[in-house]
Write a protein that binds this ligand. Structure first.
Ligand SMILES: *Cc1c(COP(=O)(O)O)cnc(C)c1O
Length: 456
């Protein structure tokens, strides 16, 4: 997503027609894309979808089932993008479809409470020790924006700390990138975000305790919260040391600032209780999105009853939504999360993911390819690098994205669908069977052989 923002404003690159021998047919997709360009900026409703960082025009998707996607030209893919994370059960899951159909029959929206909201809340809160109350919204962006407002309202402070390389949706205070220097006020990373908003956001590098200490020293008593992704997974996969997360917990407590885990990706992904339980660290506020809605637009934020008591109408922090807690979306969330409750669900998903990732690691090591596969649970990321660890955004070599670009094209040609940017992670879902993962591995090996034959 961060890459998408950068590219949306910097890319002047023309789309190459996919003329290479063996390239899949994209005629119908190209036709649809031409039309879409008349209607939408860049032909899309979210920038990364425009394929600016990979070859060819975007694929228009016709349908999905299990771990498969079909595009408008009838090409079939094994999908590792999974709608950017929400589809942990795969596409078109029968139980979600059934529950959604039932809800559909009763009407699409009432703007009044329904039992379905209670049902989803109960499912979450009864199985999550980290939060006591929750508020449903309609996207991850909205969840994070509201969590920030809560933190500011609760502490009476304005400044927040975010990390370079973490994405938290597209709200104003979070569309901010690092300026120069170790601890800086952010610079806006989008036109239209006032510098005065960015001035309330301090952007610092990940994996750097000094920078956090300096920020608290410099802005003593002004910092409302630190926000960090459960595991930063929007700008590569920047896996942090548990000790670093614990340090963030300790220093926020010490300065009476809040710690916000943005678990829009990691929530219900690393486990039912997400990264908080994975680290065994209790944040003050947690945000959710993606998986929570089973493929429908749902976000949420949760905290202790005391903190959530500051949200309106109980408290003075205003936050609302016409379609919040939408019954059809709640139904999808209930159906999906119900399947995730058992501990064996994550055990088998993680084992399967690990075997898949390990096999690719063994292959690339044997071939001596300049490639590392970083992974946690069912999230993985191909990094075309020699580095053993990548913990900070600045450790990513931007030139290495050329490898990803070639890799992505080879993968599509072999029926494997990944996100159209080398900064994006891949996801294994419960619908990826051993047979498909075996096929995917072969296609990945062949694609890598092809990439490194030409590049090295
Ligand atoms: C996707 C994402 C968001 C934004 O969610 P949207 O539903 O796209 O608005 C926020 N934070 C994180 C960590 C995300 O991965």
């Amino acid at each position: 997503m961060l890459d998408a923002i950068k590219k949306a404003f910097t890319s002047n690159e023309e789309h190459q027609p996919s003329g290479k021998k063996g390239d899949i047919s994209r005629e119908k997709s190209a036709e649809l894309y031409a039309k879409a360009q008349q209607y939408f900026p860049g032909g899309v409703n979210s920038p990364v979808r425009a394929f600016k960082s990979v070859y060819g025009t975007p694929l228009f998707i016709e349908r999905g089932d299990g771990c498969f996607l079909w595009d408008a030209d009838g090409n079939k893919f094994i999908d590792f993008c999974c709608s950017w994370g929400p589809l942990i059960l795969g596409h078109n899951h029968p139980k979600i479809r059934e529950k959604v159909s039932k809800a559909l029959e009763k009407g699409l929206s009432f703007g009044a409470p329904t039992a379905l909201e209670n049902e989803l809340a109960e499912l979450i809160l009864k199985n999550n020790k980290c939060i006591e109350k929750i508020r449903f919204v309609s996207s991850g962006t909205e969840a994070v924006m509201s969590a920030i407002r809560l933190a500011r309202g609760y502490t009476g402070r304005d400044k927040i700390i975010k990390f370079e390389g973490c994405y938290h949706g597209h709200s104003d205070s979070l569309l901010v990138k690092a300026g120069s220097g170790l601890v800086t006020f952010g610079e806006t990373s989008s036109a239209g975000v006032p510098q005065s908003f960015a001035d309330e956001t301090i952007v610092i590098p990940l994996d750097d305790t000094k920078a956090v200490e300096t920020a608290f020293a410099q802005f003593d008593g002004q910092i409302a919260a630190i926000i960090i992704e459960g595991v930063p997974a929007n700008n590569g996969l920047l896996i942090q040391e548990p000790a670093y997360i614990q340090f963030l917990r300790d220093i926020t407590r010490k300065h009476r600032a809040l710690l916000i885990f943005d678990e829009v990706i990691t929530g219900f992904r690393l486990g039912f209780e997400g990264a908080a339980a994975y680290y065994g660290i209790q944040p003050d506020i947690i945000t959710y999105g993606k998986i929570i809605g089973g493929g429908m637009p749902v976000g949420a934020y949760g905290a202790s009853s005391e903190l959530m008591g500051h949200i309106s109408p109980d408290g003075g922090v205003y936050q609302a939504g016409t379609l919040s807690g939408n019954p059809v979306a709640m139904a999808a969330g209930i159906a999906q999360l119900s399947e995730l409750k058992s501990s064996s669900f994550y055990k088998s998903l993680h084992t399967k993911s690990n075997e898949f990732v390990e096999a690719i690691r063994r292959y690339t090591a044997a071939k001596n390819y300049k490639l590392k596969l970083f992974s946690v649970g069912s999230i993985f990321w191909f990094a075309f690098t020699d580095k053993e660890q990548i913990r900070a955004a600045s450790d990513i070599d931007h030139h290495s994205m050329e490898y990803y670009k070639a890799f992505h094209r080879e993968l599509l040609n072999r029926g494997i669908y990944f996100g159209p940017s080398g900064y994006e992670v891949g996801f294994v879902s419960a619908a990826h069977t051993k047979v498909e993962l075996e096929k995917a591995k072969r296609a990945i090996f062949e694609s890598l052989d092809e990439v490194f034959r030409h590049k090295s």
